[in-house]
Design a binder for this molecule. Structure first.
Ligand code: MN
Length: 201
């Protein structure tokens, strides 16, 4: 199998009350699982079967045209969600931005509050379904980037540090149409320790 869905690094109810248990069960168990399966089905029997998903997405424009869209959508959905779970944790474990994270946030945005405002504005402004990312660019500065559907920033040569999924399936059961309320809640459950590891790696 080309891609194995990683185990969720926390229990379904670990993100309560910010993301509810039922949403996590459906999001991980149905949506994410389906992206992984559809990606594996699409590459079965092709030369991509043995290739790393990260490397495939990095070079998405050179994937065979016949399967490029299905790989972009489902390979992206598989990888993006795995990355999303990795930057989440319970409120108790969330902590504060690490030393290097704080420094690079201040260097890039001036302050944590300015970063939070710009990231929230970008996540709010994603039209329809998509993602807002914090990425390191080639000059080791942070940037905030939006992607539509399941497009991934790794396909743009950027290194993701943090991401928020703003597809309605992430928040609709609890927050209904109020995406900004979900975005505000998200800041309580960021795994800052993992973010620091991404900054340092
Ligand atoms: Mn999702």
């Amino acid at each position: 199998m080309a891609y194995t869905q990683p185990e969720l690094p926390f229990s379904y109810d670990a993100l309560e009350p910010y993301i509810d248990k039922e949403t996590m069960e459906i999001h991980y168990g149905k949506h994410h699982t389906a992206y992984c399966k559809k990606f594996n089905d699409a590459v079965a029997g092709t030369k991509y079967d043995k290739k790393d998903l990260f490397d495939i997405l990095k070079d998405i424009e050179n994937v065979d045209e016949k399967i490029r869209t299905v790989v972009r959508n489902n390979g992206g959905g598989a990888w993006n969600h795995s990355f999303f779970w990795s930057v989440l944790c319970s409120k108790k474990e969330s902590g504060q931005p690490g030393k290097n994270t704080s420094k690079i946030i201040n260097d890039s945005f001036g302050s944590y509050s300015e970063f939070k405002k710009r990231f929230s504005d970008a996540a709010t402004a994603v039209f329809g379904s998509g993602w807002a990312w914090l990425v390191l660019n080639n000059s080791r500065k942070l940037e905030i980037v939006k992607t539509a559907n399941q497009d991934s920033t790794i396909s743009r040569g950027l290194k993701p540090i943090l991401v928020i999924d703003v597809w309605e399936h992430t928040y609709y059961l609890k927050y209904r149409n109020l995406r900004p309320d979900f975005i505000e809640a998200f800041f309580n459950i960021i795994n800052w320790k993992q973010v620091e590891e991404y900054i340092n790696s």
